[in-house]
Design a protein around this ligand. Structure first.
Ligand SMILES: Nc1ncnc2c1ncn2[C@@H]1O[C@H](COP(=O)(O)OP(=O)(O)OP(=O)(O)O)[C@@H](O)[C@H]1O
Length: 712
């Protein structure tokens, strides 16, 4: 959704960057939300010599809009001055011409809000995938369907049997002959039996269906989780974690509820509607004729209001999720919140949360009022129908065309039809929502990573020496295809040698490491490992056994120290874990904890110091005895003492391995066999520390700068 807020207030502060953003069409469409002040455009237009009329700017934007988005709804503007309406009108018309949507609205201050809504391409629901999940539960599902069908058939019998009882009572009251109790006992017991059987069938199908629903949902969750973890890194660059987690939770929950409801209620409602209509017709074709005209109109009106209320309810739910999102972000990053003293009620995040909560409260209040009015009206209408049926049925009874029992049966059956039709209309909406939730879940089940985890790639028979060749690599991140990060990058790392990459921030150093780990594939060029193109090797084997990676901020999982180290080699014995911890200088501090290796590290390792976390991460990398070790700024987040202990561990760890070090602090890489200075995706200088210093180039300059910063 994109917002353009055209404001009369002249505010020229961030004019230039805004105008250039406006001109970068590509960027605009990647913005999740864009607010643009017309006055700023105009001033910016003047400042940069561009045409300065508002409509001209909006027209230009409109043209780009309609080319690049597809929209669904159009609402014409209201309020606002003519000149401000002109722009939205142009936009709206052009959007209409090209089948796009623009939403324009002016507020009391004459701000005009243009909302361009890009059509989200909804994934298609794949019935084959559903079938795969349902297949193992087929017997339970068929059982549930049969029981639900049986319960519905019995439900059709009930009005007829009730009518029969009423007829007995009416006859007895009229004639006062025969044994009332004896006459009533048989049909009453039959009805009781029917109620009992119907209750049993209902419990049976609900038990079976909830079992099917829960098992299908659990299988879906497990498969989706596996499938998400299988995706490549580029997938996670493009998709927000919160949204993915929502597919695992909210979407599967919604699908499960719809699945259960549509099968149980849907089957029951359709059977009951058809069956009861037949009963109604058999009881009184005349009264049925009247019902056939009135009922669908009422149900149609009810469905319309119902769909409006459901829309309100969806919007209110979305609003609650927005508020939850704000809270989630703040609570998830509580340390940053505390560090910036953001607990103050006047701070933006608290105000934002309060604003979102107030908005959701308002929406829920409107929804509550809507539901209350709807239910009140429904009660009146339904009671009027009963009254009308008694009125019309009474006149038929007076003409001896209907017995009191038949009227009773008719009333009960017509109420059943009303309830069933109403539930079908609700179920239809539920089914649509369930299908779209299911489609969102299935979308990722069937999406294949462009770099598969394993399979296809080979695992060399002989052990590797660890020689790495980057040959003429050009690379752009998939989320920014137009921005090459590495350009004809060449680097040879001989076996068991240490190569360090240094240089300006954003120069592409970590990108080199990501390519070696095969998190991404280069756009062109080849990375060779012992003379083999890494694209031909099994990626899981490459990451799991060949390359060890230690980053600046190691992530530990919320389990014991032992399990965290074993994460590097799941089949490792306790002795191997302890050996790796000793190599990483971690054994002493781990055994110092009261619970030793069973100490829990807390969420993301919060109960460990930076240096301790780093040494556990080193042990985790060493336990798999990798031929290649990548150290991405491994000591830069540590204080001097921790750095000394960790560096000692690293010095031991690097012996006999090929090592790629990415470093900011040049003091840590002076003993490297080769130091490469990188800038803007290219290596500009390479040599040993001594060679580069004597050359007096970029490296010498960096060293000089770091020394003078250190002295300050
Ligand atoms: N996942 C990503 N998607 C898109 N662009 C990215 C991604 N990761 C990094 N970049 C961009 O690639 C460029 C190089 O980033 P990289 O992390 O390789 O630099 P670096 O030299 O390691 O920087 P630093 O020293 O600050 O860590 C930067 O412009 C960065 O914005």
């Amino acid at each position: 959704m994109f917002h353009l807020l055209c404001n009369r207030v002249s505010n020229t502060a961030p004019v230039r960057p805004l105008y250039s953003r406006l001109n970068k069409t590509q960027d605009i469409w990647r913005q999740p939300r864009l607010r643009l002040y017309t006055s700023q455009c105009v001033s910016a237009g003047k400042a940069s010599g561009q045409p300065s009329n508002i409509a001209g700017h909006i027209w230009g934007l409109a043209q780009r809009t309609v080319r690049q988005s597809s929209c669904r709804k159009i609402r014409l503007p209201w309020g606002g001055g003519l000149q401000f309406i002109l722009g939205p009108l142009v936009l709206t018309l052009s959007a209409r011409l090209l089948g796009n949507v623009a939403y324009c609205q002016a507020d009391v201050n004459n701000n005009i809000l243009l909302e361009l809504q890009a059509k989200e391409t909804e994934p298609e629901f794949d019935w084959n995938i559903l079938w795969e999940f349902v297949k193992p539960q087929l017997f339970s599902l068929l059982g549930a369907v049969v029981l639900a069908f049986g319960a519905a058939i019995l439900n059709i019998q009930i009005p007829l049997m009730l009518g029969n009882l009423v007829n007995i009572v009416a006859r007895y009251m009229r004639e006062h002959t025969g044994d009332y109790m004896r006459e009533m006992r048989g049909p009453a017991l039959k009805l009781l039996g029917l109620y009992g059987l119907q209750g049993l069938l209902t419990s049976g199908y609900i038990i079976l269906l909830s079992r099917v629903g829960e098992r299908v949902a659990a299988d879906m969750r497990k498969t989706l989780f596996q499938s998400l973890l299988r995706q490549d890194v580029a997938f996670f660059d493009a998709n927000r974690t919160g949204m993915l987690v929502n597919r695992l939770t909210g979407d599967i929950q919604e699908f499960k509820s719809s699945f259960k409801l549509v099968i149980s209620q849907g089957l029951r409602s359709v059977t009951q509607t058809v069956g009861c209509f037949v009963s109604l017709y058999l009881i009184s074709p005349k009264l049925t004729g009247m019902t056939v005209v009135i009922l669908p109109c009422l149900v149609g009106a009810g469905a319309l209001i119902g769909s409006f209320l459901r829309r309100l309810s969806r919007l209110a739910q979305e609003q609650v999720s927005k508020a939850t999102g704000v809270a989630d972000e703040a609570l998830g990053n509580v340390r940053t919140v505390k560090a910036f003293a953001m607990e103050d009620p006047d701070i933006d995040i608290i105000k934002l949360y309060a604003w979102e909560v107030d908005k959701s409260c308002e929406m829920n209040e409107s929804l509550g009022s809507g539901i209350a009015v709807f239910q009140g009206m429904s009660n009146i209408v339904l009671n009027c129908i009963v009254l009308g049926t008694i009125f019309a049925g009474g006149s038929l009874m007076a003409g001896d065309e209907m017995s009191p029992g038949e009227l009773m049966s008719f009333l009960v059956a017509s109420q059943t039809v009303q309830r069933s039709l109403a539930s079908i209309s609700i179920l239809f909406g539920q089914m649509v929502r369930g299908l779209s939730s299911g489609a969102r879940v299935f979308e990722y089940l069937s999406s294949e990573p462009s770099i598969p985890l394993s399979g296809g790639g080979r695992i060399p028979a002989k052990s590797l020496t660890g020689r790495v060749d980057f040959m003429n690599i050009t690379f752009s991140y998939p989320t920014r295809p137009g921005q090459p990060i590495l350009k004809n990058f060449n680097l040879i790392i001989p076996p068991c040698k240490t190569v360090a990459i240094v240089g300006e921030s954003g120069g592409g150093k970590s990108t080199v490491a990501s390519l070696l780990e095969r998190f991404y594939d280069p756009s062109s060029g080849v990375i060779m490992l012992d003379g083999l193109d890494i694209r031909t090797l099994d990626p899981s084997w490459l990451r799991g056994q060949v390359i060890g990676f230690i980053s600046q901020e190691p992530v530990l999982f919320c389990s014991s120290v032992m399990e965290n180290i074993r994460f590097g080699k799941p089949e490792a014995t306790d002795a191997e874990v302890i050996h790796a911890a000793k190599q990483a200088n971690a054994h002493r501090f781990i055994t110092g904890f009261p619970d030793g290796y069973n100490t829990l590290v807390g969420e993301r390792g919060v109960t460990m110091s930076g240096g301790q976390k780093q040494r556990i991460a080193i042990a985790r990398a060493l336990i798999k005895n990798p031929s290649i070790l990548i150290l991405d700024e491994a000591t830069s987040a540590l204080d001097a003492e921790s750095e000394r202990v960790v560096q000692e561990a690293l010095d031991k760890a690097t012996i006999g391995r090929t090592v790629l070090i990415i470093a900011h602090r040049l003091s840590t890489i002076q003993r490297a066999d080769l130091i490469c200075v990188m800038s803007n995706g290219r290596i500009l200088e390479a040599g040993t520390h001594i060679e580069l210093l004597s050359k007096g180039g970029l490296y010498a300059d960096l060293i000089r700068r770091q020394r003078s910063e250190g002295q300050k």
